[in-house]
Write a new protein. Sequence first.
Length: 109
Amino acid sequence: MAGANTLEFTDDNFEAEVLNSDTPVLVDFWAEWCAPCRALSPTIDAIADEFTGKAKIGKVNIESAQAIAIKYGVGSIPTVLIFKNGEVTKLFVGIRNKEEFTAALNEAE
């Protein structure tokens, strides 16, 4: 359930791909059964295409990476976090438009 440029973040790669990234990272917390998450997916994929080489865009499936979701206090999905230098710089809960996400990524660059 991800586009060609949308990464999958897991328990195994989250630290390396997100926390130790030298570029901003957008992380979409989602689940297969979540209809709003599926509705947001094309937006996330479009951002991934637009920001190739400038930022990492990826998803965390809360079903298979529960520890990450708990660590970041994800209580509702979809939740999108923007990371810069391993720290959360922006938090979005629910469906938002592409412009809000891209503005947060541009601020984090």
